[in-house]
Design a protein around this ligand. Structure first.
Ligand SMILES: [Zn+2]
Length: 216
């Protein structure tokens, strides 16, 4: 394979190039301006992962939207969202554990534990693993509180309500603080992500419907 002359952004999206990483620029994709691949993600999709030739954005037979494809080998680079597995760990007092994020995106703000699902695990395994890594809590995921799409970040977030069955809250470089919040004490203005707000609102609606009117 020869890389030869690498022309940046051969599929013609260079004017939209955003740079940065996954969630650091959550507003890079303007849903109101039309659908498509978020600009930060398009910026990473220049070459065919099979043969190294340039990818080109265009129409293909039997495809209902423009696709990034390789003219050299015919490979189609489909772009799909990834799944983020999260939990709302609830203690016996009915409080939910959140963590104050130590890293970007959302450094210093509160979120539920979670992360990208690995390719060789189930959603439950991923939710348990991420919760333990980020909070020190061992949980048993229960019902799904909700499933949330964030197209600007190319993710789908699943949130399980979870029972705490072991472990102990633990501070790490990723979590500056780990503490429980009663439903009426959720730090709404200090949440890191829209999906955190959506999941917590759906949880509050379940456990404290009297608090569920728009509390913002
Ligand atoms: Zn190719």
């Amino acid at each position: 394979m020869s890389h030869g002359q690498r022309t940046p952004m051969p599929h013609g999206l260079s004017d939209l190039r955003a740079g940065g990483d996954v969630e650091a620029r959550p507003d890079a994709f303007d849903a109101g301006a039309g659908r498509g691949v978020p600009t930060w993600l398009a910026a990473t999709l220049n070459y065919c992962s099979r043969c190294g030739a340039a990818l080109r954005l265009g129409t293909l037979p039997a495809e209902d939207r423009d696709r990034l494809a390789c003219d050299a080998c015919g490979y189609i680079a489909y772009v799909n969202p990834r799944l983020v597995v999260t939990t709302l760990p609830v203690n016996d007092a009915g409080e939910v554990f959140l963590l104050r994020r130590g890293i970007e995106p959302g450094r210093g703000l509160w979120a539920q534990p979670g992360g990208f699902m690995e390719i060789d695990e189930t959603v439950h395994e991923g939710a348990i693993r991420e919760t333990l890594e980020e909070t020190g809590l061992v949980v048993e995921p229960g019902e799904v509180v909700g499933l949330y799409t964030r197209p600007e970040a190319a993710i789908v977030v699943i949130a399980f309500v979870a029972r705490i069955v072991g472990g102990a809250p633990m501070v790490t470089p990723e979590a500056l603080e780990v503490r429980p919040f009663a439903p009426e004490a959720i730090p709404w203005p200090e949440l890191a992500f829209r999906s955190s707000e959506w999941a917590l609102r759906d949880w509050v609606r379940r456990v404290r419907p009297d608090l569920a009117q728009d509390s913002r």
